[in-house]
Design a binder for this molecule. Structure first.
Ligand code: UDP
Ligand code: MG
Length: 309
């Protein structure tokens, strides 16, 4: 019996009609030259353009091209999980559709897998060319999430090869809003890294606005880690100790006969305590909404059409 050696490539695609054919042929050329058996699963994340049409055309022409199409935009994480669920390879690689993750590294990643590495993680050497505001937001997000999860995510990317064992372990996690980058480290297994330079996007533009990045950051931090709640209680303790110190100082001033000056101090304290309370309530609110989402147990995505799989 032939052992399964197939490499499944999962590509979340949102409004990428012009990238699909080029991405497919580039990857196919590289993998055919290295004699690696493969399938490419494009997951159309509710695109408004002809992304699915392009995928469908490819699937008619090539048996390696497969596709799923969501009923609406469910987000990149949902697309990654849908692709993993539909895959049948002995190992899977997640890649972006815009060739910013260099396909030339695929044979090397596959070789490392054949040598026994169960996870081969692409590590960004640079962030490529992008708008400075985007870089600032992304850096702050990764700094926060690395602190919150204890996993260094500053250079991590979704460009990752995972053995079937790791994929299966990931797929049994029941969370509604999974954060792929963190969970794929959390599952463990023998892993290694491979550095890569983020290529420039030549066709189309980035799908992330500052607002969508902020939403993505809040959702992923609160879905993966309870650290912000610990931060809230730490703030509570700091405020409590500060008020004890202030109380002692006030008593001391009272007994030593000096008048209590401090109208400004009172107003300032009220403002500080008020804003800390509001922020804390907001953070707790996010967790309650996460619990609410989990309890509703809605599916992570809804598939409208599929081709080749
Ligand atoms: N993407 C997706 N759903 C979305 C946004 C993006 O599937 O809601 C896909 C997109 O088509 C691309 C990948 O995720 O294949 C990375 O997106 P993009 O290139 O816009 O992100 P950036 O490289 O700027 O971080
Ligand atoms: Mg990109």
């Amino acid at each position: 019996m032939q052992v399964n050696q197939k490499l499944s490539i999962i590509i979340p695609s949102y409004n990428e009609q012009d990238n699909i054919p080029k991405t497919f042929t580039t990857i196919k050329e590289i993998l055919d030259a290295s004699r690696i058996p493969f399938e490419i699963i494009f997951v159309d994340d509710g695109s408004g353009d002809a992304t699915y049409l392009r995928i469908h055309q490819l699937s008619q022409e090539y048996s390696e091209a497969k596709g799923l199409s969501f009923s609406r935009n469910f987000g990149k994480e949902a697309a990654i999980f849908a692709g993993l669920e539909a895959s049948c390879g002995a190992c899977c690689v997640i890649m972006d559709c815009d060739l910013q993750h260099p396909p030339a590294l695929l044979p090397e990643m596959y070789r490392l897998w054949q040598e026994g590495c169960e996870i081969v993680e692409g590590i960004k050497q640079s962030r490529g060319k992008e708008n400075p505001l985007h870089t600032l937001c992304a850096n702050s997000f990764y700094c926060l999430i690395s602190k919150a999860t204890g996993i260094d995510m500053s250079k991590a990317s979704d460009f990752k090869l995972m053995d079937r064992k790791a994929v299966d372990a990931l797929l049994i996690l029941p969370e509604r809003a999974p954060f792929f980058r963190a969970l794929s480290s959390w599952v463990g297994f023998r892993s290694t890294t491979i550095p890569f330079e983020v290529q420039e996007r030549t066709i189309g533009s980035s799908k992330w606005s500052v607002w969508s990045l902020t939403k993505y950051a809040i959702q992923n931090i609160t879905s993966f880690s309870g650290a912000p709640m610990q931060f809230v209680s730490l703030m509570g303790w700091i405020m409590f100790l500060a008020s004890i110190a202030l109380g002692i100082q006030s008593l001391y001033k009272y007994f030593s006969g000096s008048a209590l000056e401090g109208f400004t101090t009172v107003i300032l304290l009220q403002l500080i305590i008020g804003s800390v309370l509001m922020i804390s309530l907001g953070i707790i609110g996010h967790y309650i909404s996460r619990i609410y989402d989990e309890i509703k147990a809605r599916p992570r995505y809804i598939i409208d059409k599929r081709c080749g799989c």
